[in-house]
Ligand binder design. Structure first.
Ligand code: ADP
Ligand code: ZN
Ligand code: ZN
Length: 739
């Protein structure tokens, strides 16, 4: 028999299977992890068997060795599907499914389980108690150790030392007398061990919650749509419990950024920490290794994690839950550039288990599917604990300027902050800032220059002093006078949190402030540290970017100020309105979560824009109806797919030549083979240079099907078949960020 093996490599040319003969003494199956000789190298390569067949048309070498664990063949299928769909190496996809902490080439490099000296009682607890009572143990120190051990299980030498001050001589004496024994055991580095959380009971469901749970059957896709606080999490908790009672495990995905102790504690409080595994990128490699093993051996049946947890080796998987399903972090921006929802759909179909998604502001695609009955829509209309939504006030910044206020903070917001400081309540100021994109806007009428073809705000390119469309390449000179109202008050938007903090400090000299953005959050726990400091020290004002938006719960925050709602609106992306609505709705949800009613002040130059207007009442339905008709008219997702071919090079000229070449290859095919697609000319990316590499791209609007897939793969092969003078190429399907 012959095995088809994928070699562990990111090299595009090796993205195919290689045949190897299966030796009679090895039990090789699909999913087996093997060592094989490859090329002329001395050391063996690692690979994974993805198919088995009778014979090969080539003269083939033998598989040299086999590793213990293997990958479930359903996941092999998933990796193949992903490699195809997301234009990446199957090996890269397979890596997502392997235990963390392994290097590909050397098995011995794997992370060792942590060993520690565990001390155990060598007699029964009753015998020990008797011995103490009968004063058989004279030494006070020895007695203290035994008493400590009677009350605590699984103690290590360090534990004893810390809690009883006993040195090794005391312990050795007890070992000698036969009261205790030293054993070397492996200890799990459970990231949750230090959490002691009071247990909670399940809540009595509201009718809407009960209905939602009853509707969720053994398979299919479900979208729970309900405002923040409508009780979605309680539904997840009870669904997981149902699963647990049937001996099944559940995967619960949350956005990376909301994987805070606050979120996790709700699950620990319900189920205890032993059954829960946490997976995210901030864990140490050893911790991830341990968590992975606890999942693999079935101890952890509730898997909570960011997007990559979808690949966790769950045993007897019964359900996948994706909270805040619209969140950007579910799209991987690194290769493999997969979409977590699509992967979850694949797994749920394969295992015939339900996929439950939830959001207050669903993704346009998901809601469209729900409206068309491809996903079952479960709606929660009320807040579960009867708290009210905050008051939202929209401030027209055009009037501020007219009244002589040139600062970033309006009169209304200034007064509200002042009141909050006096009342000892907290304020969050949110400055939306995406990438480095800058746009220009008239400060008198809110006018921004848009591309007439794409309805996308043009982005300012400083180097050439031009405004450009990042979809079709249209460009024009920078305007110095507003075409609408002829004002000369044209402003470049792109100011950062630092500048805002300075302004706030000048305005409120006695207030305490803390800043949270990419710069201030870099260390492992810094994100949490900032949030804790804000909460514990009751700091007056938290100033932050997107990071402050997601599900935090600060009861003393009664005011949220959005500095400019227009940033998202003008981000040069067809999802601008969708993101604006989502962000404003979410950030509003941070205010007034305690007993006090919350206030939100949204500053904007476009108060009449529908995304801003509807966010005032958090009315997603109204927003959806307007947005979907625009999408339909202009042919944007969900009515088509967008494929982006990215290219980069250190040499601008080489890049231009190379991308033109790729473009004409595509153009010929599209014309000759009658593809019904919209192929755009190469354009410079919004961020035109990263790490000395110039960046350009080609956009294709299409319906992504087998034929289209083939075209892209042919294009990639064409590219790799050429001398590419240091150009790199990558392809993205419906990317979430087009920077
Ligand atoms: P979401 O996930 O939609 O934001 P949560 O599940 O966090 O909503 O619920 C919001 C608040 O309402 C929480 O404090 C939760 O404990 C409470 N809650 C949820 N369901 C119920 C219920 N059935 N009865 C009483 N309180 C509830
Ligand atoms: Zn104007
Ligand atoms: Zn355009």
């Amino acid at each position: 028999m012959v095995a088809e093996v994928i070699i562990d490599s990111n090299v595009s040319k090796l993205n195919k299977t290689f045949d190897y003969e299966i030796p009679a003494d090895l039990n090789i199956q699909i999913g087996s992890r093997v060592f094989v000789p490859f090329g002329s190298k001395k050391e063996l390569d690692e690979g994974i068997v993805v198919n088995i067949k009778e014979k090969s048309e080539y003269k083939v070498k033998q598989i040299a060795g086999l590793q213990e664990e293997q990958i479930d063949d359903n996941y092999i299928e998933l990796a193949k599907w992903m490699g195809h769909r997301y234009f990446c190496n199957i090996a890269e996809c397979l890596k997502l499914m392997l235990p963390p902490g392994r290097t590909s080439k050397n098995v011995n490099n794997r992370i060792k389980e942590k060993k520690a000296n565990c001390i155990n009682l060598a007699k029964s607890k009753d015998e020990i108690k008797e011995a103490i009572e009968n004063k058989l143990i004279k030494s006070e120190k020895q007695k203290r150790v035994l008493e400590f051990m009677l009350n605590n299980d699984n103690v290590t030498y360090q534990d004893i030392n810390i809690f009883t001050d006993a040195t090794s001589s005391v312990i050795n004496a007890l070992v000698k007398k036969g009261y205790i024994s030293k054993d070397e055991v492996s200890i799990e580095r459970n990231p949750l061990v230090n959490e002691s959380v009071a247990r909670t009971e399940k809540l009595k469901l509201t009718d809407e919650q009960k209905n939602a749970i009853e509707q969720i059957k053994n398979s299919g896709e479900y979208l729970i749509y309900g405002v923040t606080g409508s009780g979605k999490t309680e539904i997840y908790l009870q669904l997981i419990e149902k699963n647990l009672l049937q001996g099944k495990s559940s995967i619960m995905l949350v956005p990376e950024i909301s994987l805070t102790p606050q979120t996790v504690n709700r699950f620990i409080a319900r189920f205890g920490s032993e059954k829960i595994a946490i997976l995210h990128s901030k864990l140490s490699i050893g911790e991830r290794f341990d968590e992975w093993n606890r999942i693999k051996n079935g101890k952890a049946k509730i898997i909570i994690g960011a997007r990559s947890a979808i690949f966790a080796p769950a045993q007897n998987l019964g359900m996948i839950i994706i909270d805040e399903e619209h969140d950007e972090s579910y799209s991987s921006e690194m290769s493999p550039r997969y979409n977590t929802i699509e992967v979850a759909e694949f797994i749920s179909k394969k295992f015939e288990i339900p996929l439950v998604m939830g959001s207050a502001t669903p993704d346009m695609r998901s809601f469209y599917k729900a409206k068309n009955n491809q996903i079952k829509l479960l709606t929660l209309t009320k807040r579960a604990n009867n708290s009210t939504l905050p008051n939202v006030k929209i401030v027209d910044m055009r009037n501020e300027l007219a009244n002589g206020n040139k600062s970033m903070i309006s009169k209304d917001l200034r007064e509200a902050i002042q009141r909050n400081i006096e009342n000892n309540h907290q304020t969050i100021l949110f400055l939306n800032r995406r990438g480095f994109s800058t746009f220009v806007m008239c400060r008198d009428c809110g006018y921004t220059v848009k591309c007439k073809r794409c309805n996308i705000t043009l982005t300012y390119h400083k180097e050439e002093n031009k405004l450009k469309c990042h979809y079709c390449g249209y460009e024009q000179k920078v305007v110095t006078e507003c075409p609408e109202c002829h004002s000369k008050n044209i402003k470049f938007f792109g100011a950062g949190t630092q500048k805002l903090e300075e302004e706030v400090k000048t305005m409120f000299p006695t207030a305490t402030t803390i800043r949270m953005d990419i710069d201030s959050v870099s260390k492992k726990n810094s994100y949490e540290e900032i949030l804790n400091e804000f909460k514990d020290k009751n700091i007056n004002i938290l100033i932050g970017t997107q990071m402050v938006v997601k599900g935090h719960h600060f009861p003393n925050v009664t005011l949220v100020g959005v500095i400019t709602a227009d940033t998202d609106l003008n981000m040069g992306d067809f999802r601008a309105s969708e993101k604006t609505f989502q962000t404003l709705t979410q950030v509003s949800g941070r205010a007034g979560r305690g007993n006090e009613k919350g206030n939100v002040i949204i500053q904007t130059y476009n108060p009449d824009n529908y995304a801003i207007e509807y966010s005032k009442t958090q009315n997603f339905d109204l927003f959806y109806n307007t947005e979907i008709s625009i999408r339909k008219e202009l042919k944007y997702p969900p009515f088509c797919d967008i494929i982006v071919i990215n290219m980069s090079s250190k040499n601008k000229n080489d890049l231009q030549v190379s991308i033109k070449n790729i473009h004409s290859f595509l153009k010929d095919k599209v014309i000759n083979e009658k593809f019904g697609v919209l192929l755009y000319s190469p354009v410079t990316c919004p961020i035109d240079k990263i790490k000395d590499r110039y960046r350009m791209r080609i956009l294709i609007k299409c319906l992504y099907d087998k034929k289209m897939n083939r075209l892209i793969n042919e294009t990639m092969n064409y590219f790799y078949g050429q001398k590419n003078n240091n150009c790199r190429l990558s392809v993205e399907l419906n990317p979430n960020n087009m920077l």
